[in-house]
Ligand binder design. Structure first.
Ligand code: NAP
Length: 303
């Protein structure tokens, strides 16, 4: 019988794996994709993880995974569809197998939100993208728009400005949500223009993105902006649907758990972006992994 099954291999899951192995727990990590790291993998540059200034997201994720591997953590690929609680035993059900364990850490993270405007779905992959580091190279010397005003939108605009001719950042308010240092870096770039108080109402194009219909919410002015690509960065949604019936979630679907990562179900813990918290960063996700394992050690003593 396993001591802990960790669902997800982003910073929270990998940190949990490191702490669990060091605590001598029989540990299995189930990851959905063949590449560990979660959202970090899609981040071009991470500049706020202590000790590793200016590291690439890919390299950081690789280091996290290598650390867990070095300690002997076991990884399998699979999509978890359900956690069944049978008293002190939990059954973690995947599309292929059922794993029996004493405890579970849900560290499934979050995925990008949709803009939900006409043209978005039809043109996804044909100029509409949710990952600048994955798709930015297709827009070399072209004109692109980034929609959103958070860390991801501003990071995407900075990244895209390195290769694209012109980047429009389209934000619905007159103030950005992103970290100050990112804002300053982006606003200093000559080929980035911010369209404030502006929303995209429609993405136009036949076989590829050609333009965006915009509305200035303050002036009421409408215009059509000719662009080659649209990067949507309007926030994230928790990856919690498989657990939302068993665990208590908030109105947005985040699994309710405090810093100790304890959920409404004894023996099931939530760590990282998928849990209710104020600050979603790599470092807070990694901290959750440590906290979840510490809570598990206390829980195991009660069995
Ligand atoms: P976020 O911080 O929630 O920002 C989402 C942005 O999209 C906001 O500016 C929001 O506008 C805008 N938005 C939301 N819905 C919209 C809509 N329907 N139409 C137009 N605009 C819309 O999300 P994020 O940037 O994806 O970041 C997710 C989390 O990861 C955050 O907690 C962030 O701090 C963290 N993160 C941190 C780093 C880092 O530290 N380097 C990097 C990446 C991500 P309003 O501002 O008006 O609400």
């Amino acid at each position: 019988m396993l001591d802990v099954v960790i669902i997800g291999a982003g910073p929270a899951g990998l940190s949990a794996a490191i702490y669990a192995m060091r605590a001598g727990l029989k540990t299995l990590v189930i990851e959905k994709l063949p590449l560990s790291g979660g959202q970090v993998v899609d981040t071009y540059e991470v500049d706020n993880y202590p000790g590793l200034p200016g590291t690439s997201g890919f390299d950081l994720a690789d280091k996290f995974r290598a650390h867990a591997d070095k300690l002997g953590a076991e990884f399998v690929e699979g999509e978890v569809t359900e956690i069944i609680s049978e008293g002190k035993i939990k059954k973690v059900v995947t599309d292929e197998k059922v794993y029996e364990t004493k405890t579970v850490i849900v560290a499934t993270g979050a995925h990008h939100a949709l803009l939900k405007v006409p043209g978005e779905e039809e043109l996804t992959g044909m100029g509409v993208s949710y990952c600048a580091t994955c798709d930015g190279a297709f827009f070399r010397n072209k004109t692109v728009a980034v929609i959103g005003g958070g860390d991801v939108a501003v990071e995407d605009a900075i990244f895209l400005a390195r290769g694209s001719a012109k980047v429009y950042l389209i934000h619905r308010r007159d103030e950005l949500r992103a970290a100050d240092i990112l804002q300053k870096e982006m606003l200093a770039l000559p080929n980035v223009e911010v369209l404030w108080d502006t929303v995209a109402e429609k993405i136009n194009g036949e076989d590829r993105v050609e333009s965006l219909d915009l509305l200035n919410k303050k002036t009421g002015e409408k215009r059509t902006l000719h662009i080659d690509g649209v990067f949507v960065a309007v926030g994230i949604n928790p990856e919690s649907s498989a657990f939302a019936t068993r665990l208590t979630v908030d109105e947005k679907g985040y699994i309710k758990a405090a810093e100790d990562c304890v959920t409404s179900e004894p023996g099931v813990f939530a760590a990282g972006d998928v849990r209710t918290k104020n600050l979603r960063q790599i470092i807070t996700a990694a901290a959750d992994g440590a906290n979840a394992v510490t809570s598990i050690q206390s829980y195991l003593l009660t069995l």
